[in-house]
Design a protein around this ligand. Structure first.
Ligand code: F6R
Length: 242
């Protein structure tokens, strides 16, 4: 992977905005892979400003979120459907119908993963996938032990990830037990991976992803199997790289 060390999240955001704007200029119906969580927020803000300043036409841009909680009530503000609408679709001015999030409704969960794979394939695949990484090394919600060939499916969140995400909920018990996530194999089919990480808490996961052995016990290490990966980190997240 190409590793770029930046001063802060805003500097990373400028690079992400550059990459996505040039993609959209060459392909107005580009397919973006969208991460949620805190890590990409500055990048989404930078991209929204760039789209507005440079008057980029994004009406044809398509998107696929990485993951979703299973079983949150429809319209819950922390469902990734709601987060993607609030943090991405609205500020960027994307066409809502062109941006999909895995369906975490328990009533249809049995075929939701396969449906999502079909939709990504029908869109021609993801052009640029934005990734964060969890302290446990997860990408998407593929926790340690996930098959490197996995497809979109239901997974159980680890206690560590539920604790990390409790900050978005009123109480830790409210964090769902399960999620539906693109698999590692799904993520690896995107044409360009852009992994972002900031802060000391991510340093171990970043080092394992970039330099560690490729192993299902560190799902982020799967990026080493991809020929076009850009890792954008601050000094603290880079601090365990050799
Ligand atoms: C989010 C996702 C996760 C997060 C990871 C880091 O869609 O798939 O892998 O990227 O949990 O979360 P933050 O950015 O909140 O530290």
């Amino acid at each position: 992977a190409e590793v770029v060390i930046v001063a802060d999240e805003d500097a990373a955001g400028a690079l992400v905005a550059d990459a996505i704007v040039s993609l959209i200029r060459s392909k107005p119906d580009a397919v973006l892979g969208l991460a949620t969580g805190s890590t990409p927020l500055a990048s989404y803000r930078a991209l929204a400003r760039r789209i507005a300043d440079d008057r980029i036409d994004v009406r044809g841009v398509r998107g696929f979120a990485l993951d979703e909680y299973v079983g949150l009530p429809a319209g819950h503000p922390e469902s990734y459907r709601a987060v993607i609408a609030r943090e991405v679709v609205e500020p960027l001015g994307l066409t809502p119908e062109l941006v999909r999030v895995p369906n975490g409704d328990p009533a249809t969960i049995e075929h939701a993963g396969a449906d999502y794979e079909v939709a990504i394939t029908a869109a021609g695949g993801v052009d640029l996938q934005i990734l964060g990484i969890g302290r446990t090394g997860h990408i998407g919600f593929n926790e340690p032990g996930s098959s490197l060939a996995s497809h979109t499916r239901v997974k159980t969140l680890t206690a560590a990830t539920r604790a990390d995400n409790a900050r978005f909920f009123d109480s830790p018990d409210e964090v769902p037990m399960h999620c539906i996530t693109q698999g590692i194999g799904t993520i690896l089919r995107a044409r360009h991976l852009v992994l972002l990480a900031f802060g000391e808490a991510k340093a171990h996961a970043v080092a394992a992803a970039v330099e560690g052995p490729v192993s299902a016990s560190q799902p982020g290490s799967a990026i080493q199997l991809h020929p076009h990966t850009t890792v954008i980190v601050d000094e603290a997240a880079a601090s365990r790289l050799s």
